[in-house]
Design a protein around this ligand. Structure first.
Ligand SMILES: NC(=O)c1ccc[n+]([C@@H]2O[C@H](COP(=O)([O-])OP(=O)(O)OC[C@H]3O[C@@H](n4cnc5c(N)ncnc54)[C@H](O)[C@@H]3O)[C@@H](O)[C@H]2O)c1
Ligand SMILES: O=c1ccn([C@@H]2O[C@H](COP(=O)(O)OP(=O)(O)O[C@H]3O[C@H](CO)[C@H](O)[C@H](O)[C@H]3O)[C@@H](O)[C@H]2O)c(=O)[nH]1
Length: 337
C-alpha cells in the first residue's frame, strides 16, 4: 500500500488530510510531536511521535514506510503569538522545514506538499489576490512561511525535491461524519470561538474591529472548508507523482464574508442568538483577504464543494456539540439562550 508521511497529522487540517488519504486508499503515516495536536485525531493510520526538528527520525520514518510523498502541516500558526514570540516561529517553522528538506534529501522521497498561507501576502494592494501579488508579510508567522517557500524553491533547483506550496486562506468547518474537527487549547479562530461561546465555554464573543474600510465595517475573509483543502492535497501529491515541477497555489473560494455576515449565518443555521461585543482591531489583521483561485482550479482541478457558509457552519456546529456534549447541556446555556 502506498504511504504518505503527514507531518502535523494530529492537528486540525492534517487530520482531515489523513482521512482523505485513507479514503483514497493511501496509508497516512502521522508524524507529530503532539504539542498542539490530539492523539484522538489520529484515526486513519499509524502515529509516530516525533519532532520535525529531529532530522534523523524523519529520514528513518520516510525510509521505513517507503513514502511516496511528505505532506508538511507541522507549524505554529498564530499571528498574534508570532509577534510576541518570533523565536519559536523561526525555530519551529523555518528550522523545522529545513530539517524536513534535509531529511528528504537523505532519502529517495522527492515530493513535498507544504501548508502555506495567505499571510505571506501581508496587506494586499489588490483583491482578489493572485499568486503573483507582492509578498510583504506583516508578521513573523507570514515571514516564516515565505522563507520556507523560498527554501523549497532552492532545494528543488539544487536537489530535485519538487514541492507544491498550498496557500490556504481561512480554513474552517469540520468533518461531516463528526469524527474530527477544530479544537485548540488557546483558540483564536472565529468559527470555533463562536461555537464555544454558543456552548457556554466562553463568556463573550468579541468582534475584532468595526472600523475597517468594508461595507459593514468588519473584516472580510475567504473561508474554505477543510475537506476541500484536504482533497487539494491529494491532487497536489498526484501531480508531483506525475512529474509536476512544483509551484504555489492559492486555496480559497474567491468570495469573502464579513465577520457580521458570518455571525448572522451562525444565528440562522444554529437557531441560537449570537450577541457579540464590538472590540478593537487585533494587531496585524488586514481588512480584506480574498483569493483569486483560478490557477489552483486550472492546475490542481481545485473546485470547492463543501465551502458554503451552510456546510461550514453546520459541520462545525455538529462537531462542537459532539465534542463537548456534557457542557453543551449546561444550565447556563439552556437558561440564557
Ligand atoms: N488554520 C488555518 O486557517 C490555516 C491557514 C493557513 C495556513 N495554515 C497552516 O496549516 C498548517 C496546519 O494548521 P492547523 O490549523 O491544522 O494547525 P494545528 O495546530 O491544528 O496543527 C499543527 C500540528 O502540527 C504539530 N506540530 C507543530 N510543531 C511541530 C513540530 N515541531 N514537530 C512535530 N509536530 C509539530 C502540532 O502538534 C499539531 O498537531 C500549519 O502549517 C498552518 O500554518 C493554517
Ligand atoms: O473571536 C474572534 C475571532 C476572529 N474574529 C475575526 O474573524 C476574522 C477571521 O479571524 P480568524 O482568527 O478566524 O482567522 P485569521 O484571518 O486571523 O487567520 C487566518 O489567516 C491568517 C493569515 O492572515 C493565518 O494564515 C491564520 O493561520 C489563519 O487562520 C478576522 O477578521 C478576525 O478579526 C473576530 O472578530 N472575533
Amino acid at each position: 500500500m502506498e504511504s504518505i508521511i503527514v507531518l502535523g497529522g494530529a492537528g486540525y487540517i492534517g487530520s482531515q488530510a489523513c482521512k482523505a488519504l485513507h479514503t483514497a486508499g493511501i496509508q497516512p503515516v502521522t508524524y507529530d510531536n503532539l504539542s498542539l495536536g490530539h492523539e484522538s485525531f489520529v484515526k486513519y493510520g499509524p502515529l509516530i511521535k516525533g519532532d520535525v526538528l529531529d532530522t534523523a527520525l524523519l529520514s528513518e520514518t520516510i525510509r521505513r514506510y517507503d513514502a511516496s510523498c511528505v505532506m508538511h502541516f507541522a507549524a505554529l500558526a498564530s499571528v498574534a503569538d508570532s509577534v510576541t514570540d518570533p523565536a519559536s516561529y523561526y525555530q519551529n517553522n523555518v528550522a523545522g522545514t529545513l530539517s524536513v528538506l534535509e531529511a528528504m534529501r537523505a532519502t529517495d522521497c522527492r515530493s513535498l506538499v507544504f501548508s502555506s498561507t495567505c499571510a505571506i501576502y501581508g496587506q494586499p494592494e489588490v483583491v482578489p489576490i493572485d499568486e503573483s501579488c507582492a509578498k510583504n508579510p506583516i508578521n513573523p508567522y507570514g515571514r516564516s512561511k515565505l522563507i520556507c517557500e523560498q527554501m523549497m524553491n532552492d532545494y528543488s533547483a539544487a536537489y530535485g525535491i519538487r514541492s507544491i506550496a498550498l496557500r490556504y486562506f481561512n480554513a474552517v468547518g469540520a468533518d461531516f461524519d463528526g469524527e474530527i474537527g477544530e479544537f485548540r487549547e488557546h483558540e483564536t479562530h472565529i468559527i470555533p470561538r463562536a461555537m464555544m461561546y454558543l456552548l457556554g465555554h466562553l463568556d463573550e464573543f468579541v468582534i475584532h474591529g468595526s472600523d475597517f474600510p468594508t461595507p459593514d465595517g468588519t473584516a472580510i475573509r475567504d473561508y474554505i472548508h477543510v475537506k476541500d483543502l484536504a482533497e487539494a492535497h491529494i491532487s497536489a501529491a498526484r501531480l508531483l507523482a506525475g512529474g509536476h515541477a512544483g509551484g504555489a497555489y492559492n486555496l480559497g473560494q474567491g468570495t469573502g464574508y464579513s465577520v457580521l455576515q458570518v455571525l448572522s449565518a451562525i444565528e440562522r443555521i444554529t437557531g441560537r442568538k449570537m450577541p457579540a461585543i464590538t472590540g478593537g482591531r487585533r494587531q496585524g489583521d488586514p481588512a480584506i483577504l480574498i483569493a483569486q483561485p483560478a490557477l489552483a482550479r486550472e492546475v490542481l482541478g481545485f473546485a470547492p464543494r463543501y465551502s458554503s457558509l451552510q456546510d461550514i457552519i453546520s459541520s462545525a456546529w455538529t462537531w462542537h456539540q459532539k465534542a463537548h456534549p456534557q457542557k453543551s447541556l449546561s444550565a447556563r446555556e439552556a437558561g440564557a439562550r
